[in-house]
Design a protein around this ligand. Structure first.
Ligand code: GLY
Ligand code: MN
Ligand code: MN
Length: 487
């Protein structure tokens, strides 16, 4: 009797609540999102074509340890599925199965396996993929070999060419390497190392060039559900930059700064970094993608350049803040910093639909070249290496996301990231040596302008210095010394 109210409660609960898996966050993209994206792809595909996508490879780190698995972003975008050893086919037109049923997409996935799941984690298997991701035609990857599709009937077979860097596991006859090999046989891929099974040369319907452009059109314009996730990735990354600013003390290591950032965004449930964290103090900041982060004790006189982005449900932020370790910019540091800031603000002014990507970079270059000249760091018209990169790229499932790079359009999510890097021994007054500044923010293109997504992390000199004066929750986080080595 006393169980009845509980049962009634359960019966009254919405299905989604009952179906929720308490071991996973509940704000992933939905199967409806991915289904709609497959349909959007289908609409952009040429007539009588099939698009073939392979899951990302499992990469070995060393010995029996693999790198953490990360799904191929196109594959993820189209399916939501995050497991390896899988192949997805999307057809422009309906295909007829042997039993007469019609389908326009099919996926082959790794099978459930109790023993493997005990060692390396849960698998959805065919049934799980059908249920969770709504891919009705889901089969075990071992069936791909027998999948009897005549690829020669298509005008185009769209796929990305292979880099031939996928390891075969000899104990598994349907891992990614086998799926790729089977596909090559099926489409008569011109592989010089392979003795052709079919001596007749195949009709050349293989197209390894078009898919990139189509996927860039799709992924470059973010859907509202994606924008929400990007916003979240950006916000937690900004909050992490804020906490780092408050906690920064001379003597910390670069790794410790990285650790604080990553701890904070994980506290907000971001699952990963979107790219390796870059924390370079002093002249290390001049290495654009410095990932060592090994300097054991950062120095009070230096700046620290922190290019850090959380990945939240697959979507990544990309934010750089450069701050003085002491809490106060020196006059030279401030001059360089304000120049980079001015360059960024010039680009922000024209960051709206219709502007060309290249105009953003141009706007930052004009400011930086003029400013470096005014400071006597370069001579008039001098070609220099102090700003050696472009200033903008799409962000999304990749940090350098797929997208078109001509005109800005509503729905794009991009960075603006000018920088000045003056390595030691540069041909200028030594007082500038070792100063490296990048300021990188994330923007969503709106109908007639932009939404500055990363505004939460201070950018102006006064705002950074004010933030650095605030107490940090980590001020009292003091760990004991490790026990001394026994004599
Ligand atoms: N974090 C890499 C970049 O800014 O492009
Ligand atoms: Mn960037
Ligand atoms: Mn960056």
């Amino acid at each position: 009797m006393k169980y009845i109210p509980f049962l009634l409660l359960l019966l009254g609960a919405p299905f989604s609540v009952l179906a929720q898996n308490p071991d996973l966050p509940d704000d992933f993209l939905t199967k409806e999102f991915h289904r709609e994206r497959r349909q959007a792809l289908r609409e952009k595909m040429p007539s009588n074509s099939v698009a073939v996508f392979f899951a990302a490879a499992v990469r070995n780190r060393s010995n029996d340890v693999d790198y953490e698995y990360h799904q191929d972003p196109d594959f993820y975008y189209l399916t939501g599925y995050k497991e390896p050893h899988s192949v997805l086919l999307i057809f422009k037109d309906k295909q007829k199965a042997a039993d007469g049923s019609l389908y326009d997409e099919i996926i082959f996935v790794q099978m459930r396996n109790e023993m493997m799941e005990m060692w390396t984690g849960r698998r959805l298997g065919e049934e799980g993929v059908k249920k969770k991701w709504g891919l009705e035609f889901a089969y075990a990857n071992k069936e791909f070999k027998r999948y009897n599709l005549d690829f020669s009937k298509f005008d185009k077979v769209l796929f990305y060419d292979f880099k031939n860097d996928v390891r075969d596991n000899p104990r598994d006859s349907s891992d990614l390497a086998d799926l790729v090999a089977q596909f090559k046989l099926k489409v008569n891929y011109p592989d010089p190392a392979r003795i052709p099974v079919n001596p007749e040369p195949a009709k050349n319907n293989l197209d390894t060039r078009s898919l990139g452009g189509i996927m860039a059109q799709l992924r470059g314009i973010k859907k509202p559900e994606e924008v929400e996730l990007i916003r979240k990735a950006v916000l937690v990354s900004c909050q992490a930059q804020v906490e780092v600013m408050k906690a920064m003390r001379p003597g910390m290591s670069e790794l410790e700064v990285q650790g604080i950032h990553e701890f904070v965004f994980k506290k907000y449930q971001a699952e990963d970094v979107g790219y390796p964290s870059i924390v370079g103090s002093g002249h290390n900041g001049c290495i654009l993608h410095y990932e060592e982060n090994y300097k054991p004790s950062i120095e009070s006189k230096d700046l620290i350049l922190m290019d850090l982005g959380a990945e939240y449900r697959g979507y990544t932020a990309d934010i750089t803040r450069t701050i003085p370790i002491s809490g106060k910019f020196s006059p030279e540091q401030k001059q360089i910093y304000e120049l980079v800031l001015k360059a960024q603000e010039e680009a922000m002014k024209i960051c709206k639909p219709g502007t060309n990507f290249s105009d953003l970079t141009k706007a930052t270059r004009v400011v930086i070249d003029q400013g470096l000249k005014d400071l006597g760091i370069i001579k008039d018209g001098e070609k220099h290496r102090y700003y050696p990169h472009g200033c903008c790229h799409h962000i999304g499932l990749d940090v350098h996301d797929k997208g078109e790079y001509n005109q800005l359009a509503e729905g794009m999510a991009i960075t603006i990231e000018p920088g000045i890097y003056i390595p030691e021994n540069s041909p200028c007054d030594p007082k500038w040596w070792g100063i490296a500044v990048r300021i990188e923010d994330d923007y969503l293109l709106t109908k007639d302008g932009n939404d500055h997504l990363s505004a939460l992390a201070p950018r102006k000199v006064e705002d950074i210095e004010a933030m650095m004066r605030l107490p940090s929750p980590l001020d009292n986080f003091v760990l004991p010394d490790l026990p001394a080595k026994k004599k």
